[in-house]
Design a protein around this ligand. Sequence first.
Ligand SMILES: Cc1cc2nc3c(=O)[nH]c(=O)nc-3n(C[C@H](O)[C@H](O)[C@H](O)COP(=O)(O)OP(=O)(O)OC[C@H]3O[C@@H](n4cnc5c(N)ncnc54)[C@H](O)[C@@H]3O)c2cc1C
Length: 913
Amino acid sequence: MKETEILIIGAGPTGMVMSLALTKYGIQNIILERTNEIQKHPKAHEISGRTLEIIHSLGVSLKELVKEASDQETASKITFCKTIRSPFGSIDLQEPSIGKKYEGTYSISPPYLNISQTELETILRSHLSQKKSSTLALNMEWISSEEDSDGIVSCVKDLKTQELFQIRSQYLIACDGANSAVRNHLSIEMLGPKKLQDVVNVFFTDDLSNDLQIPAKLNWIFDARFPGVLIAHHPKKRWVYHHPIDLSWDRLENYDKAFFQKTLRTIIEKPDDYQFSISSIKHWQMSAQIAKTFFKNRIFLLGDAAHRFPPTGGLGLNSGVIDACNLSWKLKFVLHRNVSTSLLSTYELERKPVVRKNALESVKNWKRLLSIPKALGISLSLGIYLKRLIHAKILLVCFNHKRKQAFMDQIAYWANRKIESSLKDSRKKAKIKNAIQAQIPHFDRLNLDITYSYAKQTQGLVGRRFPHFFIGDRSSHSYLDSESIQAFVFGDNESNQILKSEMLLMGIPLTVHKVPNIDSPMQDLSIPKYGCVLVRPDGHVYAVQEDRNTSMTRGEFFSECIQRLMEGNAIWEDAIQKTKQRKQKMFIPAIISISLLCIALGLFSLMRPIDNPPKPANFDLVELSEGKLVDWYPSPKRIYGLGLVYAKHIEETASEYDPEIPPPIFEKELQSLAENKAEIPIPTNQDLVQSLVAFDPSVQAETIHAINNFSPLLDYEVELGFVLLEDVQIESLQSDLYSPKIAFFLANDVSARSLAIFGEGQKNRIAFWGLSKSFPKFLPVSDQIWIPKEWKPNLLPNLRLKTFVNGEERQNELVSNMIYTPKEMLRFIHKQYPDRKLEKNDMVIMGTPGGVAMQTSRIWIRFFDFLGIERNSKLKLALKKQRNRFLKDGDMVEMDGEGLGKLENKFIEKVGI
Ligand SMILES: Cc1cc2nc3c(=O)[nH]c(=O)nc-3n(C[C@H](O)[C@H](O)[C@H](O)COP(=O)(O)OP(=O)(O)OC[C@H]3O[C@@H](n4cnc5c(N)ncnc54)[C@H](O)[C@@H]3O)c2cc1C
């Protein structure tokens, strides 16, 4: 039986980095790979600065990588386009506002590379094959493992000879990818969605460097027929185009070379006879899953075996590399330094929150991209729904393949037209630009790239990655490139004794550096002025001694830390604990304060006073004695009504007021005219429904009937009205000196409020008012009019209007509180109906004071608007509220217009229906 300290399964990027890292730490390892060749079809291409640092520290020179990577210009750009020749937006990560912060963070430059996973793997493999303490065994498949007290015995199959043999190891590291056989063997569940999206992709090797208008690694294509992303793994020779598909109705067979030739010709704008050099086509599923546990006894899951997320963000491969970086030094400490094996359990504790964050971030990036089609005016969900509908089995009879295709083409045609028109529309352009700017965090996310902070800055440094210090300038090596624990001692001249020696405490290598000046990268880390910071081999801060004047000497502090580390007690755990406790402590007060703040803001916005409080108009007030009462038989061609002309009524109906906007003007039908003392019939449910449906055919009669007890909500409105005694000369109407010849009367402007409520939120809501006020006999008027002796430009009789319902006073107000003069009202009417004449005998009712039955709370109205409550629900709510104030059968309404006369009308239910 073969023996090794560590057996690694899978020579993908994670497995190979793990093997190189173990080799660096002098740990003997075997790496099994079931395939012989590196997969040619590329996957990842986005290699983060942290991955580059790690690989570099394992002996892979940056030069080798750069040789196979695309140029940095292309690597820093992302475009959004319909074809790659005409991008409508782009992001450049080299812009100072974005790229600068990367400069001081890594020991390596550039801060990221755009290189194909295939090329990276080739380079890693060539390095691996030169290492003596690691063995790369190709065509070897891991089959199973069994643990005993000394280690683990794995059964391996030689795929060339089909022979089975065994390998004994201390630990087994599973880097066998998303469908990990090791994970399945251990029955470790994957949590999270297995499929977010099906994608097909094509790998081709053309040189497109001259076809790109902006050289960019990612080109998001917004063409409704071929949406996707065209990725330059290398603009001169390696391209991949990813195209999302919906396998609920589509088939993978549809995506063959012919499909991709056509697609690529369209999005790259190549002539019809152009043939791309297509190498391979593959299908993959986008998932966001994390293993329930990352280890079981001596077996650890790393890379895609432990987690897989959408490639949006390029965090998959990079996460696997950092998994290896996290676990490898711990294995060294456990295997070679006698440290407790419990240190290994911190692998899961540390990596899980990181990959969870990476998974969430990747999903967020993917979803965030959807804001671009939205800004372009197309609804992806509608498109998906329509396509599924066309392909629904139930519609098989109606749609043969040809018809389906025709519909699909039509949908794509509409969507493309919409995209084109949006791109031309200047208002939409700003939206599209914003949507593109909002994508920046997808590509510029330093905190995720440099791995992770296990604690927040406010918590001190523990858990954070320590910035690089360089010996000499940045081109020389970084203090952090070390296999030992490192102590950085700040601003202290007295610890020379410690600093002189490279300490070896209890078998753990400890390197001490004296740092005289806290320079710029340190400043934002709030390092204690006279403190000491212990940094783990993976660059994370392990412990901080705040001050040299603590009860512990520095030597004691180091010993204690090393002791705890040997016991597998990661000190940052305390920091996490503290953070958690603090967070928990803060959580409830924070939630309470935020909620109170929201409630206060909400209440303020609901209760805030009306923006422009209305003021009474300037009238030429005239006493009734300065005119005479004359009998009158109304014979108008039109009856106009104005709404919201008294401040109190504006308030009680929770209406808005803007001095720049004319008041609502509606028309009452002539059938509404009635005499004083006439009995007013209450419209039946049937009447209401009929008139509503006749007026607005979009209203379903069933909907109304479904509203239980659809009562009219009958309301009264005492109003001063005027009648034109001669045709109005429109030209003179604008003159301040002009005095319209009018006479005044008293009116009750009856309304069926339920219909008006039904019009709320509709474009023609004021026409709904007219409808609600035009039932037969809904306008009883006084039988006399008052004619002034002399007309004045803004003349108004000085009187008070009152309403009594069954003797109870409901309305009482001076007409001089109106906010518009009669002449202004005529101007508003003319403005609304410019083609009409204002003719002799036309009547205008001038709006009602406060006190009507319908009282609406401004708070509720704002609240309902905020909730977006639609009209049926508003009506239902209104029907539940305040019904007792509305008029019902037998109610007597009396209106008093002082010297102008009285109105007495009884409301009666219609009989015989
Ligand atoms: C389209 C796409 C784009 C991506 N882009 C990015 C990106 O830009 N940046 C990024 O960081 N990530 C990206 N990723 C994710 C990245 O490709 C993966 O996270 C990465 O390949 C995981 O590496 P791994 O070594 O863990 O697993 P894998 O690459 O899957 O390697 C597993 C290896 O194990 C071997 N193996 C499996 N079973 C056995 C067995 N029983 N015995 C022996 N050997 C076995 C396999 O043959 C394989 O070689 C992308 C993924 C996709 C699909």
